[in-house]
Each structure stands twice: as structure tokens, then as C-alpha cells.
Write a protein that binds this ligand. Structure first.
Ligand SMILES: [Zn+2]
Length: 349
């Protein structure tokens, strides 16, 4: 190996740790480099024959004058194996960490329906009101285009939230999580088989995919009856829907999404803001049956204080008159990002 070729090896310590260069020299290329004698290799492995040898060696390989030189030869050799491995592991950790930060995707279908593709590729759909949603683009109304779905979360029993839950659960086999009482209504009526249901309640948490993702059910100020049409008779009846809820979803990276469901402002949003510290809040702003823009802005300023807000549940039907512009105006100078998405849009975080 020529002197100039050898110079290129000097970048190796930066990637694989100090000691990598000498290993290349010792185990691969040493014999081609005339100025590096076999005696010098022996000295490197087992210690120096004299102070002059050490001076000579360090002049050739200054990168080896680090802390491990004080150890006996065999320890030094072991460290020279371990150090590159540690460097690789550290580089891998940095790579994974960078890859995991803000690496999920959120797609909004209009009203409260969203699809979250998590950092690890799990698909979570919340309130899948899609095929009959006036705001969902026609191209997205084919439920088959959702692909696999791992988890469906329902905030309450109203039709603009339950939407396509029964069909989507049947097509995908996804688990369907909801408040425990509404779960009995869904199970006994056969809307979703009991085996697919996850019934829990406010303050309760589930980890449907193991430790990576935690979903916590929180309070919402609304109502939750279930209107169900009997498939044979066509008769509609009203059934108990338990209580409406919101969800705190902690993703693999630690990013916290708060989906408020349908709700008015309530004082315990202060607890949600202080305890869960949501990064992104999905808040209804349409008014009439939920918060209007002024209420939602109040909740953001005084209680939730998230990094970003996606306004939802507006413009779908005529009474839901609130707009993102009114919401932004009500927020004034408060430091929060307002995400403006059209139904069907996706955004990576
Ligand atoms: Zn609604």
C-alpha cells in the first residue's frame, strides 16, 4: 500500500473508533507498507521495547496516543475491538433517534376522522366517518384504500363518528376501542364482535401494540347515544352509548397527540394540558354542538398549551359554522402553530 493510500485510512477512526486504522494495517495491509515493520506491529500488540520505540510508534500513529495506551497490550487489543463496536452502536442509536423524531403521518378525512400511521407503521383510525362524510374526497371513500388498519378508536356513539366502523372492522379485523358501556351496545347488537372490542374507560390506558404506543381515554363534554338501524326490520332504535371521550395517544417517539372528540370547553382540560402535555391537539371548532373558535382558542391559551392545533369538526354540515380563520383571530399572538389541512391531506410530523 502506498503512503498516499495509507493516508485515506486515517478517516477510519472517525467512523469506527480510534484503533481501526492500526487494525487495518496490522491485519490487512501491513506487509505492503514497507515503513511499518513487523517489529513495530509486535511492539504495538505487546508493548514497547524501549522509550525510543514508543516515541517512534507515536510519531507514526498519533491517533493511538489516547487513554488506552496506558493499558497492557492484550487489554489494549480488546479495547480496540470493543471501541469500534461501541462507535457503531452509538451511530445506530443516533440514526434510530433521528428517524424516530416526528416520524409519524396524520391524514384528515374531514369532520373528526383521522388516520395515524405511527413511527413503526401501525395504522390507527379515529372516528372513521368516511363513506358518507360530505367533506371526504370521493377518491378516498373506498375503504379498501385504507389498507391494513390495526386499531380503531371511537370517541362516542354519534353517526358522524361511528361512521364506517362496522364495515372497517369487518374488512380489516382491527381492534375497536371505545368506552366500556358503548362497547356492550356494540357487542350485544353485533355491530363489532366482542373479540375485536377493547372496552375501557376514562383515565384508563391501553397499549394495544406493546410498550411503544399508549392510548389514554380522557373526559369530553358532550353526549353519546347510539342510534342503530335493525338490518332486517329497518327500524331505528336508540341505545346507551356510555359517555363521550377524548384520547391521548403517545406514539413511539414520545410525541403526544390529543384528539378531543366532540366537546365543549371544560376546566379539566387544564389537567390534560399539565399532565399529558400534548404536542398536537385536534380540536373541534365548528360550534353548535361543540366548541366554537372562541371556545377552542380559550382552551388552547388557558388549558392545553400545545405546540400545534389541527382544527376539526367544522364546515361539514351547515350549523358547524366556525372557521380556522376565526380560530386564528381568537388566538391572537398566542404562540401555537395552526395546521391548515384540507380533507384528504396528509402531514408528516
Ligand atoms: Zn360530531
Amino acid at each position: 500500500m502506498s503512503q498516499s493510500s495509507y493516508q485515506y485510512l486515517r478517516w477510519l477512526p472517525r467512523v469506527f473508533g480510534y484503533g481501526a486504522t492500526e487494525k487495518f494495517v496490522l491485519f490487512g495491509f501491513r506487509k505492503n507498507r514497507s515503513s511499518y515493520s513487523s517489529r513495530s506491529a509486535l511492539i504495538h500488540s505487546y508493548g514497547y521495547a524501549s522509550a525510543d520505540d514508543r516515541t517512534d510508534y507515536l510519531a507514526r500513529f498519533p491517533m493511538n496516543s489516547g487513554p488506552f495506551m496506558k493499558y497492557p497490550g492484550k487489554v489494549r487489543i480488546a479495547m480496540n475491538v470493543i471501541k469500534p463496536l461501541l462507535s457503531c452502536a452509538f451511530a445506530a442509536m443516533i440514526f434510530v433517534a433521528i428517524g424516530n423524531v416526528h416520524a409519524f403521518e396524520l391524514q384528515w378525512f374531514g369532520q373528526s376522522a383521522v388516520k395515524i400511521t405511527t413511527d413503526d407503521g401501525k395504522i390507527v383510525v379515529i372516528d372513521p366517518f368516511i363513506t358518507k362524510n360530505p367533506k371526504t374526497p370521493d377518491a378516498l371513500k373506498d375503504l379498501g384504500k385504507l389498507g391494513k388498519v390495526d386499531l380503531i378508536l371511537l370517541t362516542h356513539g354519534h353517526g358522524d363518528h361511528v361512521g364506517d366502523t362496522a364495515e372497517l372492522a369487518r374488512m380489516t379485523g382491527a381492534k375497536v376501542a371505545m368506552n366500556a358501556d358503548m362497547g356492550h351496545t356494540f357487542g350485544t347488537l353485533g355491530i363489532v364482535p366482542y373479540e375485536q372490542l377493547i372496552r375501557f374507560n376514562k383515565s384508563g390506558s391501553i397499549q394495544p401494540f406493546g410498550a411503544g404506543i399508549t392510548v389514554t381515554m380522557v373526559h369530553a363534554e358532550h353526549s353519546s347515544e347510539v342510534v342503530h338501524e335493525d338490518a332486517e326490520s329497518g327500524v331505528k332504535r336508540v341505545y346507551p352509548g356510555g359517555e363521550p371521550v377524548g384520547y391521548i395517544i403517545q406514539l413511539e417517539s414520545g410525541f403526544i397527540v390529543y384528539h378531543a372528540g366532540d366537546t365543549g370547553v371544560f376546566g379539566d382540560m387544564a389537567f390534560i394540558g399539565e399532565y399529558y402535555r400534548p404536542d398536537l391537539a385536534l380540536l373541534p371548532i365548528g360550534g353548535h354542538i361543540t366548541m366554537d373558535p372562541a371556545h377552542a382558542a380559550y382552551a388552547v391559551r388557558h388549558f392545553l398549551k400545545p405546540q400545534a392545533v389541527l382544527p376539526i369538526h367544522y364546515g361539514t354540515f351547515p350549523p358547524l359554522k366556525g372557521t380556522p380563520e376565526q380560530f386564528a383571530a381568537a388566538l391572537g399572538e398566542f404562540p401555537v402553530s395552526i395546521l391548515l389541512m384540507a380533507p384528504g391531506d396528509s402531514k408528516r410530523f
